[in-house]
Ligand binder design. Structure first.
Ligand code: BJW
Ligand code: ZN
Length: 255
């Protein structure tokens, strides 16, 4: 059952006590956790690049039709994100994950800020949708770390595979593409076993990521949601706290 009406202070107290008691926590994050670092979210205010929505560009069809435009967008995003640093929410989550083996971060974000904040190799987040800083070949299986600037002046200047010379693409999961089965399988196992799914800054519209909180709930765990607005998860969340992640997450995780 979802939350009955309660004050903001009661919600914060309840969330804090659920998190303190839980041994196994999975933190599922979305673009909202990086909003206060200056990374634009996908939907809502500021979610557009030129006249395009993410749904218009983050698809295999868009890349097949106009790889130059899609690379130009990713080049712009690499530039934006490289000027951003992890915020207090990333730092608090990284500390919790470093301190407890059973506190894991699963992110939909491709901005690498959880990885940057990670204090421990065992506390590395699972990146469900890939990374802005990896490319992969459109023909062979070659993947590589790629932090370079993108020259999208023409098709000929776009990134190419070092192994076979074919056009490269961002190593990112686009709409209609399957998530890496081992990454998704691990995220599902964590969600099923979690006593708390701590959902932060996601509109919870994109599947299969949005279904992870339901997995926790169906297996008897609690769902704590932190967001500046209501989402489809709000009615069934155990506790929903309204407010910005960088203020609320450190407060909830402080010992
Ligand atoms: C704050 C805050 C602050 C702000 N503090 N909070 C119908 C048609 C077509 C497809 C489908 C369909 N129905 C279902 C699908 C499947 C589709 C899907 O879910 N579509 C829905 C949109 C309907 N899913 C897929 O296609 C997935 N693949 C799949 O299903 O494969 C099946 C398959 C199996 C086997 C073989 C083949 C196929 C893949 C989904 C990949 C998603 N990729 C993207 C873009 C690529 C990454 C990139 O370029 O960056 O990932 S989409 C985009 O949305 C991105 C994000 O990771 C993802 C989630 O967004 P997120 O993080 O929730 O951001 P926002 O902006 O939506 O929300 C921000 C939130 O923060 C808001 O709630 C704010 O209020 C809040 N906020 N400031 C706290 N300071
Ligand atoms: Zn190749």
């Amino acid at each position: 059952m979802g939350e009955t009406s309660s004050t903001a202070a009661e919600s914060v107290d309840r969330a804090r006590s659920l998190l303190r008691r839980a041994r196994r926590v999975v933190a599922l994050t979305g673009a909202g956790v990086s909003a206060e670092s200056g990374v634009p979210t996908f939907r809502g205010q500021g979610g557009l690049w030129r006249q395009y929505r993410a749904e218009d560009l983050a698809t295999p069809a868009a890349f097949a039709h106009d790889p130059r435009l899609v690379w130009e967008w990713y080049g712009w995003r690499r530039g934006v994100v490289s000027g951003c640093a992890p915020n207090a929410a990333h730092a608090a989550l990284a500390s919790a994950a470093a301190a407890h083996d059973d506190f894991r971060i699963v992110t939909q974000n491709v901005d690498g800020l959880h990885v940057q904040a990670a204090q421990h190799v065992r506390a590395m987040p699972l990146e469900l949708h890939g990374s802005l800083y990896r490319s992969r070949c459109t023909r062979c299986d070659h993947r590589w770390d790629d932090r370079g600037t993108i020259d999208a002046t023409s098709r000929e200047t776009l990134p190419r595979c070092a192994a076979c010379g074919m056009l490269a693409r961002p190593d990112i999961v686009w709409f209609g593409e399957a998530l890496d089965p081992s990454v998704l399988g691990e995220a599902m196992r964590l969600a099923e076993n979690a006593e708390v799914c701590f959902v932060i800054g996601t509109s919870a519209l994109v599947h299969p990521a949005a279904g992870l909180a339901d997995l926790t709930r169906r297996h008897g765990g609690s769902v704590i949601e932190i967001n500046v607005a209501d989402t489809p998860l709000t009615p069934t969340a155990t506790v929903s706290v309204r407010g910005p992640a960088a203020a609320i997450v450190p407060d909830l995780l402080a010992s």
